[in-house]
Design a protein around this ligand. Structure first.
Ligand code: SME
Length: 155
């Protein structure tokens, strides 16, 4: 999809041209939130031991600023070390509610080899909003973010 290709190029260029620090991660979160209409909440969680801790985010404040690995959809993705897409969050018993408006969710782990460093979590107000196109796009963004997260030394 052209929309994603152009955005991906802008994000990757930005990461190449600017300091690779926490502010760069915040900028990527902002770009995803502002540029993709079905991304209604975007956040990065960092893994710190057995816990995920909320880092930069855009959208309504979430009550879930820390999530144990294995809990929620976020914790499931971190434990499984693979992307989780939930088409209907209200039908998924793992779901930890953040906003009553959220209908679907995608969580993409940030991997360094076999180690999960954190994840990108995105909610949509639209049911079944996330496709394989979102997954492939976000997995490429995650591959670019992982080395920056690694430098933050959170784990
Ligand atoms: N829904 C997530 C919790 C985080 S909020 O969406 C921001 C989950 O089930 O893990």
């Amino acid at each position: 999809m052209t929309e994603f290709l152009a955005l991906e190029q802008r994000i990757l260029e930005g990461l190449r041209e600017h300091a690779q620090d926490a502010a760069a991660i915040d900028q990527v979160v902002a770009d995803l939130y502002e540029q993709v209409s079905h991304y209604d909440w975007v956040g990065v969680y960092y893994r710190e031991g057995d816990t995920l801790t909320l880092g930069p985010f855009r959208g309504a404040p979430s009550p879930h600023t820390t999530i144990p690995i294995g809990e929620g959809i976020c914790g499931a993705a971190a434990r499984e070390k693979s992307t989780v897409i939930v088409a209907d969050v209200n039908a998924d018993p793992r779901y930890l509610a953040c906003s009553i408006e959220t209908k679907s969710e995608i969580v993409v782990p940030l991997m360094d080899g076999d180690t999960c460093l954190g994840e990108i979590d995105i909610d949509s107000h639209r049911p079944d909003a996330f496709s394989a196109v979102d997954q492939e796009f976000l997995e490429r963004i995650a591959r670019a973010l992982a080395p920056i997260v690694k430098q933050l030394n959170k784990t």
